[in-house]
Write a protein that binds this ligand. Structure first.
Ligand code: ADP
Ligand code: MG
Length: 254
C-alpha cells in the first residue's frame, strides 16, 4: 500500500464569479522514505498542492489518503514548514520553540520534564543544526538562516513521518543554502521520513530529490519523473548539466 496517495484530486480558488482551477484530476503516490520535489514556476500551484497533501486544504474533488485513511485535516505525523513565514514563537527561546510542538502543555518547564531519550535527541538535533550556542536566544535575535535552522530542528524533533517543506531555503544566501541542503539530506537519510520539498530551483530539486513532480507548461498537469543522477550529486558534472537542460525544456519558464 502506498504511504501517501492522491486520487483524482481537483482544486480551484474562487475568483469573482468564477473559479481559478489550480489542479485537475491529479493522481500521485509516495512510498515511505521518498524524497519528492515539487517543481515549477511561480503561481503554478506548488504551495496549494503541498497544503492539500498536508491536510491544510481539502480537495474539491478526489482524495488524499495516508496509510489508507482519508486525510481531512493536518495530522500529527506530518510537519510543515510554510513558505516565507517566520513560524517561531517570539516569546520562546530557540530550545523551547523546538520543544513546542510536542510539549505545548508544558511550555517553559518542558525541558525539565524531558525523558533521557528526548533530551539526547534534542541535543543531537541542536548540534547537527548548529544551534547549540543559540539555545537561549529569541527569534528577534536570530538571522534568517538561523530561523530556518530552528524551523527545521523543530520539525525534526517532532519526529514526523512526513515533512512538508515549502521553499524553505529560498531567502538564504548561497553558502547557508548549500549547508542546509546537505544537512537536510543527511538527516533524511538517517531519519527515514518521507519528504515533499517545494522549490522553483531546478538545481536544488536535482541535488536533493529522487523523484520530481514537474508542473509543465503543456496544461496537462504535473508529471512525476525519476532523478537517475547518482548520489551525492555534483552540480558541476556534465550529466547534471544535461539533466538540468532536459528539465528546463519540460518546464515552460522559470
Ligand atoms: P506557487 O506556490 O506555485 O507559486 P500557489 O499554489 O501559491 O502557487 O498558487 C497557485 C495559483 O492560485 C496562483 O495563480 C495564485 O495566484 C492562486 N492562489 C493562491 N492562493 C489563493 C487564494 N487563497 N485565493 C485565490 N487564489 C489563490
Ligand atoms: Mg508557493
Amino acid at each position: 500500500m502506498s504511504h501517501l496517495k492522491v486520487e483524482n484530486l481537483s482544486f480551484s480558488y474562487p475568483v469573482g464569479d468564477g473559479r481559478h482551477i489550480v489542479l485537475e484530476k491529479l493522481d500521485l503516490s509516495a512510498d515511505k522514505g521518498d524524497f519528492i520535489s515539487i517543481l515549477g514556476p511561480s503561481g503554478c500551484g506548488k504551495s496549494t498542492l503541498l497544503r492539500l497533501l498536508s491536510g491544510f486544504l481539502r480537495p474539491e474533488e478526489g482524495q488524499v489518503t495516508l496509510n489508507g485513511s482519508i486525510l481531512s485535516s493536518p495530522f500529527p505525523e506530518g510537519q510543515m514548514i510554510f513558505q516565507d513565514t517566520n513560524q517561531l514563537l517570539p516569546w520562546l527561546s530557540v530550545e523551547n520553540n523546538i520543544l513546542f510542538p510536542r510539549f505545548r502543555s508544558l511550555l517553559g518547564s518542558a525541558e525539565k520534564k524531558l525523558s533521557e531519550n528526548d533530551r539526547l535527541l534534542l541535543e543531537t538535533i541542536m548540534d547537527k543544526t548548529g544551534l547549540l550556542s543559540f539555545r537561549h536566544h529569541f527569534s528577534a535575535q536570530l538571522s534568517g538562516g538561523l530561523k530556518q535552522r530552528v524551523s527545521l530542528a523543530r520539525a525534526i524533533f517532532a519526529q514526523p513521518q512526513i515533512l512538508f517543506l515549502d521553499e524553505p531555503f529560498v531567502s538564504l544566501d548561497a553558502p547557508s543554502r548549500y549547508e542546509l541542503q546537505n544537512l537536510l539530506l543527511n538527516l533524511w537519510k538517517k531519519g527515514g521520513w518521507t519528504v515533499f520539498f517545494v522549490t522553483h530551483d531546478i538545481s536544488e530539486a536535482l541535488i536533493l530529490s529522487d523523484k520530481m513532480l514537474l508542473f509543465t507548461g503543456d496544461g496537462k498537469g504535473p508529471l512525476l519523473i525519476t532523478n537517475f543522477l547518482e548520489s551525492p550529486r555534483d552540480p558541476h558534472s556534465e550529466q547534471f548539466r544535461k539533466e538540468k537542460l532536459r528539465l528546463y525544456s519540460l518546464i515552460d519558464s522559470l
